[in-house]
Write a protein of this length. Structure first.
Length: 247
């Protein structure tokens, strides 16, 4: 499938500038990275556990997830990824992947050679620091999801995940007015939350019943942000976003 002709790495710039400042020279160097663009349909693996990739992927549009599968096909999703994310950046330093990544929607990806990324971070230490910071933020997200699986109720865990995803999307200009795309199926949510489809449905119903959120044709509507934050004790500090208002 042919890539769209007007792709750019602007979304990576927006992502990095949401967590730190970049000079014009650094911006130009990032925007000039060589990349191979590919469009994948939903439910396709991008990289698999055991692969030895020579490039990392950037999400230009669409959603992906990172996951592992154990016996009888049971899947655990560790994170949902949105435009601007580079989910397998750790493959720069860990030659063998210990988990897999797949698309959740029709997704456009830019594959950037590791050699080019290494040259970039050697030339621009501040860019290296920001890319390192993105992996540390991913680790912080993983800890919050682990806390959700272990100590939060299902409703609290889902509410916390919604707050997190909304702020990530808002930071790159893909969410506003307490609305954002949410193309995640109940099966995907179940694999992320460790719940059955029936329990996921009940959890969504409970949040709607509290007047906190609603879903309409793949669009998430946050009806009461302050109440949602209080309900799940959400503190966005782990996302390390540059200060901005929530709207």
């Amino acid at each position: 499938m042919s890539p769209p002709p007007d792709y750019s790495l602007t979304v990576l710039l927006r992502k990095l500038e949401s967590i730190g400042a970049l000079s014009p020279e650094e911006q130009k160097a990032i925007a000039s990275l060589p990349a191979t663009v590919q469009v994948l349909e939903p439910r396709q693996d991008i990289v698999r556990e055991g692969d030895r990739p020579s490039r990392s992927f950037l999400i230009l549009n669409g959603w992906t997830c990172s996951y592992k599968i154990i016996s009888r096909g049971r899947r655990q999703i560790f994170a949902f990824h949105v435009p601007g994310d580079t989910p397998d950046l750790q493959s720069l330093h860990m030659p063998v992947l210990d988990h897999s990544h797949c698309t959740l929607t029709r997704t456009t990806l830019a594959f950037i050679p590791h050699e080019s990324l290494r040259e970039l971070i050697a030339r621009f230490p501040r860019v290296a620091a920001l890319l390192w910071r993105t992996t540390l933020i991913d680790a912080g997200i993983f800890r919050e999801w682990m806390l959700g699986l272990g100590r939060r109720t299902a409703s609290e865990h889902l509410a916390h995940m919604i707050c997190e995803l909304y702020l990530k999307l808002q930071a790159i200009g893909l969410a506003s007015s307490y609305r954002c795309p949410f193309p995640v199926t109940q099966t995907d949510l179940g694999d992320a939350l460790g719940l059955s489809n029936v329990h996921v449905s009940r959890t969504l119903t409970a949040l709607r019943g509290k007047g906190l959120v609603s879903l309409q044709r793949g669009v998430l509507i946050i009806q009461d942000w302050p109440a949602l934050v209080r309900f799940c004790e959400f503190d966005p500090a782990y996302l390390n976003l540059e200060p901005q208002g929530v709207a």
